[in-house]
Design a protein around this ligand. Structure first.
Ligand code: NAD
Length: 354
């Protein structure tokens, strides 16, 4: 199979970690007889420096022409003083909006080998943790009407959802639940918000198409509490843009390791953009210190969600687990008795384990 992938290394550690993602992808392609067709594009600070804007049109067009996008990270102190529209981070919003990526998948996986990193008590996380937050990404309060009154003493933001917007994200979440434990938690604030009441009724309607999935509802304040009280009760969580923003950060923090967490942003067809959840870590850029695992796991998500190559994705995840079992650690996940390795060696070890 030919895999046409747009690659945006970006800024800071972006090029370091993307190189390792590509290394691992190359090994998978060899093993399973796939052909890789990469095109490289500029976005973020490097794009500002070279063409004067964070998201050149050629990048957007090139990404739209691929089957999937692999993104490193953007931003850094060099561009911090620029105004809103000229900031490197603007490229992220431009890519998500321009490519119509309405569905954000944020897995929170606590590897048993790294359980020391989790701030929760041992009995709460015994056996590891593996949950998925499905966040609506292009609607809700972040995209609603906003403004101020004439003298600026009153401000408002509007949370609005259409049936269509809820239906398409709900369907993504049910499809995912079908591939996992057939358990879906929809999070809203239906005791107060009208948009949440619509959300809940649409989720219940879509649920009739997936009789094998057990669906429950939870208010967002309770969900925030339950995530630290008993995170293992969740498997797939589906929620709105703002609630998902907050809950996915909370869920990722209970795994304690920012360098280990991937993400996917999808639309209705198989196209998706895949990136680690962390930023460009300018403090360690170009020093062979960054953990490439979040990016390599993003590559696994790409194979699973954009190319339907489940076996290939699982091979990468197993290889990562083996390298952790063998005791290799980058600095961010280092603990006593383990072997410290740099970015390149970690990538090579995972590639070899494939
Ligand atoms: P950050 O995630 O870049 O770094 C936070 C801390 O985590 C740093 O100490 C860093 O060294 C460490 N870290 C991050 N990723 C790591 C990895 N893979 N391996 C080892 N350690 C890692 O967050 P920040 O410092 O708040 O932001 C730095 C820049 O990144 C800013 O310009 C910010 O706007 C940008 N940013 C970009 C994205 C993105 O591209 N999606 C996301 C968040 C922040």
């Amino acid at each position: 199979m030919k895999l046409k992938i747009a690659v945006i290394p970006g800024d800071g550690i972006g090029p370091d970690i993307v190189a390792e993602g590509i290394k691992v992808l190359g090994e998978v392609a060899k093993k399973f007889n796939h052909t890789l067709d990469f095109s490289f594009y500029l976005a973020g600070g490097v794009a500002i420096d070279s063409v004067g804007e964070p998201l050149p049109e050629s990048t957007l067009l090139g990404c739209a022409d691929a089957q999937a996008v692999l993104l490193g990270s953007v931003g850094g102190p060099k561009w911090d003083d620029l105004k809103g529209d000229m900031r490197p981070e603007k490229a992220l919003l431009g890519l998500r909006g321009g490519l119509k990526l309405f569905c954000n998948l944020r897995p929170a996986i606590l590897y048993r080998q790294l359980s020391e990193a989790c701030p929760l008590k041992d009995h709460i996380i015994e056996g590891g943790l593996d949950l998925m937050v499905v966040r609506e990404l292009t609607g809700g309060i972040y995209f609603g009407d906003r403004g101020r009154n004439e003298n600026g003493t009153r401000a408002y933001d509007t949370m609005a959802y259409s049936e269509l917007e809820v239906e398409r994200i709900a369907r993504k979440a049910f499809e995912l639940a079908m591939k996992r434990k057939k358990k879906l938690m929809s999070v809203d604030k239906a005791n107060i918000l009208e948009s949440s009441r619509l959300w809940r009724s649409v989720v219940n309607r879509v649920a009739t198409e997936y009789p094998l999935v057990t669906v429950s509802h939870m208010y967002v304040d309770n969900a925030a509490m339950q995530l630290v009280r008993n995170p293992k009760q969740f498997d797939v969580i589906v929620t709105t843009n703002m609630f998902g923003d907050i809950l996915s950060d909370e869920a990722s923090m209970i795994t304690g390791s920012i360098g280990m967490l991937p993400s996917a942003s999808l639309r209705e067809d198989s196209f998706g953009m895949y990136e680690p959840i962390h930023g460009s870590a300018p403090d360690i850029a170009g020093q062979d210190k960054a953990n490439p695992i979040a990016t390599i796991l993003s590559v696994a998500m790409m194979l699973r969600h954009s190319f339907n190559l489940e076996e290939e994705a699982a091979v990468i995840e197993t290889a990562i687990s083996k390298v952790l079992d063998d005791g290799y650690r980058t600095l961010d996940i280092m603990s006593s008795q383990m072997h410290p390795v740099g970015t390149k060696e970690m990538g090579s070890l995972i590639a070899q384990a494939i």
